[in-house]
Design a protein around this ligand. Structure first.
Ligand code: GDP
Ligand code: IMO
Ligand code: MG
Length: 440
């Protein structure tokens, strides 16, 4: 059975949660591989509305094993809050949920550092979600991180905490002029968390390996999006993890040969939350219209998402760096009623036209998008479940997305609910190569 990575092709919030929810029906395992509670994945189905931050969106299916891999950073308070919330809604969480002992923890000082750091940056701030993600990953790379497994060894946990606080409190008090963190308070609190989480802490890489041996079907649930990836995104306006497909291996402890396909989720337009370059951003009434119709407000922080036209350069880049095998295009319905639609085919900068995403932040910030205009449609596509019944203009628009992205479309989402979806092909069908266009 095939194993599929699901990733965002833009700047996050593409509708990954909805698509994972649909595909998880056929999956035996759903595993998160990076990020943390900065993610907000919305699922709307017959059981209600759910926003997942840490727990994989597959938890709503009884028989599905849900794992949090070693590449994720865990805020235990956020995880417990999510567990409580789901259990309160009648969702069973027992042996069907485990978190890697190798995953790193988010501690109160990570949030304090992030807050002080963002404040000191002024207009150059990243506009983070404030969840302590960056400082936790920084500690991991500096080899002073504290891991989920350390919660089970109080002596070790206390020693690491003590060692870290010597330096961190110096910075907090002397550099940032904020209150220092008290060791005893954090230690006691984290031991309470440990008690609650201990039964869920496991070697999830071994669990995945066993699932693979049994021929089980695995979904790797990406968080954030390609252009927020720490290596391949619009650095430094990125998150601090590997949100691209490669992260699925390092973040879960499986080899690349295990992965059969990579499904990229792309909104039919573009959004971004927080600071950073966004070539196709619309600051006019059209952008405001997309924001209103698309209800573009962050699922984690409630911040308004910046909106713009579909960016073919950005999505084609995602096809390449993730090795996408197909696309799911979401929120087509939000474009209903737009007289004219624009798609970005290149960036004009310094007298040159770029067809590929420039690494240079100045180029990305100052470039002019090169647009191609298409006729919109007046008929509603909201809730459409049949490709054949879509208006001709919508079909043309989707076709053009396929051509620009150099990747074929397997799924089209026409509303936030599970059933408001057109499935052209099942992306979980056996391994195949991406093609530039589809014959239909
Ligand atoms: P994720 O982070 O990629 O999982 O996406 P979010 O859940 O943060 O944001 C996507 C938002 O769009 C959510 O509120 C979804 O319920 C909603 N959504 C998903 N697909 C569609 C769609 O096709 N049409 C509309 N109108 N809303 C959608
Ligand atoms: P999902 O999984 C959209 C953005 C933040 C900020 C930058 C860094 O729901 O798509 P961080 O707190 O990660 O250090 O912030 O990344 N960001 C997201 N934007 N969707 C997300 O997750 C995001 N997670 C982080 O707004 O610009
Ligand atoms: Mg989101």
């Amino acid at each position: 059975m095939p194993n599929l990575v699901i990733i965002g092709t833009q700047w996050g919030d593409e509708g990954k949660g909805k698509i994972v929810d649909i595909l998880a029906r056929e999956a035996d395992v759903v595993v998160r591989y990076q990020g943390g509670s900065n993610a907000g994945h919305t699922v709307i189905n017959n059981r209600g509305t759910f926003v997942f931050h840490l727990i994989p969106s597959g938890i709503l299916y009884r028989g599905t094993l849900c794992l949090i891999g070693n590449g994720v950073v865990i805020d235990p308070a956020a995880l417990i809050e999510e567990l409580d919330h789901l259990q309160g809604k009648g969702i069973r969480i027992g042996s069907n949920f485990a978190v890697s002992g190798r995953a790193h923890l988010i501690l109160p000082y990570h949030k304090a550092i992030e807050k002080a750091n963002e404040q000191s940056k002024g207009s150059r701030r990243i506009g983070t979600t404030g969840r302590g993600i960056g400082p936790s990953y920084a500690d991991k790379m500096s080899r002073i991180g504290i891991r989920v497994g350390d919660l089970l060894n109080p002596t070790l946990f206390r020693r690491k905490l003590h060692e870290n606080l010597v330096e961190i409190n110096w910075f907090l008090e002397r550099l940032y002029h904020v209150e220092k963190i008290e060791l005893e308070k954090v230690f006691q609190q984290y031991m309470i968390y440990a008690d609650r989480l201990k039964d869920h802490i496991a070697d999830t890489s071994i669990m995945l390996s066993k699932a693979i041996q049994r021929g089980h079907n695995i979904l790797f649930e990406g968080a954030q999006g390609t252009h927020l990836d720490v290596d391949l995104g619009t650095y430094p306006y990125v998150t601090s993890s590997s949100s691209t497909a490669g992260g699925a291996c390092t973040g879960t402890g499986v080899g690349p040969t295990v992965i059969d396909g990579v499904l990229g989720i792309a909104k039919a337009y573009t959004t971004r939350v927080g600071s950073g370059p966004f070539p196709t951003e619309l600051t006019d009434a059209i952008g405001a219209g997309l924001q209103e119709r698309g209800k573009e407000f962050g699922a984690t922080t409630g911040r308004a998402r910046r909106c713009g036209w579909f960016d073919g350069v950005a999505v084609r880049y995602a096809t390449r760096v993730n090795g996408l095998t197909s696309l799911a295009v979401t929120k087509l319905d939000v474009l209903d009623g737009c007289k004219e639609l624009k798609l970005c085919t290149g960036y004009r900068y310094g007298g040159k036209i770029y067809r590929d995403m420039p690494a240079d932040l100045d180029a990305l910030t100052s470039c002019e998008p090169v647009y191609e205009a298409m006729r919109g449609w007046t008929v509603s596509t909201t809730g459409a479940t049949s490709y054949a019944k879509l208006p001709r203009e919508a079909k043309r628009y989707l076709k053009r997305i396929e051509e620009l992205a150099e990747c074929r479309i397997d799924m089209i989402s026409t509303g936030s609910k599970r059933q408001e979806t057109i499935i052209l092909r099942n992306p979980l069908e056996p391994k195949r190569k991406a093609t530039t266009a589809t014959k239909r």
